[in-house]
Design a protein around this ligand. Structure first.
Ligand SMILES: NC(=O)c1ccc[n+]([C@@H]2O[C@H](COP(=O)([O-])OP(=O)(O)OC[C@H]3O[C@@H](n4cnc5c(N)ncnc54)[C@H](O)[C@@H]3O)[C@@H](O)[C@H]2O)c1
Length: 241
C-alpha cells in the first residue's frame, strides 16, 4: 500500500478514464496525486490545458511554491479521432498533434525542472496506435508514434542527469471508457464495431483503466529503478501477431 509513499505525482487528463484511475492508484499507494485537466473538469486540483505552455509554467510554479519538488509525471491527456490521410482535415490533424504530442512534449520539458531535483519518473500514454498503423488513424497514429520516440529521447536525456529522471511509454489497446465509446459510436454499427474490436484482442476483451494504472504505479515506483526508455504494450496480445 505504500509503493509510492510521499511521492508527488502530477497527472494530466486526470478527469478521464485512465487519468482518474492513475490518480486513485497513486493515493492508494501512499503518494500525493496532483490531478490536472481542462478547467471545469470534475475532480481536478489544477486546471491545465496541456497545449498551453503558459498553463504548464503556472502549474510547475505552483508546485514549486507548494512542495519544491515533483517525483513523477503521467501524461494521460489525449484525444482520438478517426480519419484516413485523405479525409482528415488539417485543423483536426493539428488539434490531435497539439494535445497528444505537443502536450506531452511541454509536460516533459517543463516538469523536468522539478523532477531533476531529486530524480523522478515520467510515464507517457502512447497507444498500440503508436506501434502499429490503422488505415483510419492518420493523425492519432502520427501523434502516438511521436510520443513513443519522444519518450526515448527524454529517457536518454534524463539518464544523463544526476539523480536520473526516467521516462517510459505505455501502449494500451482498447480500454473501457468514454474514448472507446465515442469511437464506437461514430461507426455505422456500434455493436458490430465493438465485437470486431474485441475479436482483434487475443485475450478476448477490452482492458480496464485500473490495469493501466497498475502499470503506471510500477513505472512510477522505485521497483522500476532500472527501467527507462522502454515501451510497454498493454494490449491483451493485440500486437503479438
Ligand atoms: N481509452 C483507450 O482505449 C486508450 C487506448 C490507448 C491509449 N489511450 C490513451 O490514454 C490516454 C487517456 O485516455 P482515456 O481513455 O483516459 O481518455 P478519456 O477521454 O477518458 O480522457 C482523456 C482526458 O484528457 C483530457 N483532455 C483532452 N484535451 C486536453 C487538453 N488540451 N488539456 C488537458 N486535458 C485534456 C480530457 O478532458 C479527458 O479528461 C490518452 O492519451 C489516450 O490517447 C487510450
Amino acid at each position: 500500500m505504500d509503493r509510492l509513499k510521499d511521492k508527488i505525482i502530477l497527472i494530466t487528463g486526470a478527469a478521464g478514464a485512465i487519468g482518474s484511475a492513475v490518480a486513485q492508484a497513486v493515493v492508494r499507494e501512499g503518494g500525493v496525486a496532483v490531478a490536472t485537466d481542462l478547467a471545469g473538469a470534475p475532480g481536478v486540483d489544477l486546471a491545465l490545458d496541456v497545449t498551453s505552455e503558459g498553463d504548464w509554467l503556472r502549474a510547475v510554479a505552483a508546485l514549486e511554491a507548494r512542495a519544491g519538488r515533483l517525483d513523477g509525471l503521467v501524461n494521460a491527456a489525449g484525444i482520438a479521432t478517426l480519419g484516413s490521410v485523405e479525409d482528415t482535415d488539417y485543423a483536426t490533424w493539428k488539434r490531435v498533434m497539439a494535445v497528444n504530442l505537443d502536450g506531452t512534449f511541454l509536460g516533459c520539458k517543463h516538469a523536468m525542472k522539478l523532477l531533476r531535483r531529486r530524480g523522478g519518473s515520467i510515464v507517457n500514454l502512447s497507444s498500440v496506435s503508436g506501434l502499429v498503423g490503422g488505415h483510419n488513424l492518420a493523425a492519432y497514429n502520427a501523434s502516438k508514434g511521436g510520443v513513443r520516440l519522444l519518450s526515448k529521447s527524454v529517457a536518454l536525456h534524463g539518464a544523463r542527469l544526476d539523480p536520473p529522471v526516467r521516462c517510459n511509454s505505455i501502449h494500451p489497446a482498447f480500454i473501457e471508457g468514454p474514448m472507446v465509446d465515442a469511437i464506437v459510436a461514430r461507426t455505422r454499427n456500434a455493436e458490430d464495431a465493438r465485437a470486431r474490436m474485441t475479436r482483434d484482442i487475443p485475450l478476448g476483451r477490452f482492458g480496464t483503466p485500473a490495469e493501466i494504472a497498475a502499470l503506471c504505479v510500477y513505472l512510477l515506483s522505485d521497483e522500476s529503478h532500472f527501467v527507462t526508455g522502454a515501451e510497454f504494450a498493454i494490449d491483451g496480445g493485440l500486437t503479438a501477431r
